[in-house]
Structure formats: structure tokens, C-alpha cells
Design a protein around this ligand. Structure first.
Ligand SMILES: [Fe+2]
Length: 170
């Protein structure tokens, strides 16, 4: 069994990860509508990764004899004016998620739950990568994306991403 606060936070995190998946599918839909299929595909894969995160948190709870309770997944509400907007929203969302992971870490640390801290280490590192990816996408978009030919090339590059299962095994 886990500490009550730690278990509560992880249970909430499952919902947040499913929301992240929902959010990135919403962004993917925006890119489909815009005709940028490379970005659309990239965000669809991103959504799969978020679903994987949700499943990892679920599995961790269950491995520790904790009950998983699902709540409603929030509706993503965004109005994008240009393709750079969802990229900026991605960075902001990832920074928010990093904060959530750190809050769980702090709760685990305060009750000397070293096992949960070790489990969370993977997510701490993952969040660093997510923020870096978002920053790189924004940088590239600002450099080349406002020119149609440049945007076409970036979009083709984004299409190359392939799904890989998470490296964390529970
Ligand atoms: Fe995630």
C-alpha cells in the first residue's frame, strides 16, 4: 500500500495523462484540418505516449495494491490561429505536467517512499525530454515555419516520427 496522499496524487495523474492524450489528439485533429499531415501524425504518436504514461501509473498503483478510480476527462478547448500556436500550447502543457510530477515526487519524498521516487525518476527524465522537444519544435517553427515552403519541409520531417513503446517496464 502507498501513503494516502501519494496514492491520491498518482490516481489524479492517471487522469492528467489521459487528458494529455486527449489534448494531443485534439492538436492532431487541428493539423489534419490545416492540411499538415506530418504534424498531425507526430501529435497522434505523442497521444499514444501519453496513454502509455497513464497505463504505467495505473500499473504502478495496482502493483502496490491500490484501487484506480477514473474521473471525467476534461474537454480540450483551444482556438488556434496559426500552426505555431499548438506548439506553444504543447510547451506550456508539458511544463504544467512537469510540475505535477514534481508534486508527486515531493509527496513521496516527505514520507520516505523511496520506491515511488525511483518509479518517478523515469518520468522526471521524460519530462525533461518532452520540454526540450517542444522547445525545439517552437524554435524550428519560428525559424522556417512562417514561410510556406519551410513549413512544408518541417511537416515532412515531422511525418518521420515512429511510435516506440516506453522504455520503463513495471
Ligand atoms: Fe505524459
Amino acid at each position: 500500500m502507498l501513503d494516502k496522499k501519494v496514492a491520491e496524487l498518482i490516481n489524479t495523474q492517471i487522469n492528467k495523462e489521459f487528458y494529455s492524450a486527449y489534448l494531443y489528439l485534439d492538436f492532431s485533429n487541428y493539423f489534419i484540418e490545416t492540411g499538415l499531415e506530418g504534424y498531425a501524425s507526430w501529435f497522434k504518436i505523442q497521444a499514444q505516449e501519453e496513454r502509455d504514461h497513464a497505463l504505467l501509473f495505473m500499473q504502478y498503483m495496482q502493483n502496490n495494491g491500490e484501487k484506480v478510480t477514473f474521473e471525467a476527462v476534461e474537454k480540450p478547448e483551444f482556438e488556434f490561429k496559426k500552426p505555431g500556436d499548438p506548439l506553444q500550447a504543447t510547451l506550456e502543457h508539458e511544463q504544467y505536467v512537469t510540475g505535477l510530477i514534481h508534486t508527486i515526487y515531493e509527496a513521496a519524498y516527505s514520507v520516505k517512499d523511496f520506491r515511488t521516487m525511483q518509479f518517478l525518476d523515469w518520468f522526471v527524465k521524460e519530462q525533461g525530454e518532452e520540454e526540450k522537444n517542444a522547445e525545439d519544435m517552437i524554435k524550428k517553427y519560428k525559424l522556417f515555419g512562417e514561410d510556406p515552403k519551410g513549413l512544408y519541409l518541417i511537416d515532412s520531417e515531422m511525418a518521420a516520427r515512429v511510435y516506440t513503446a516506453p522504455s520503463l517496464v513495471l
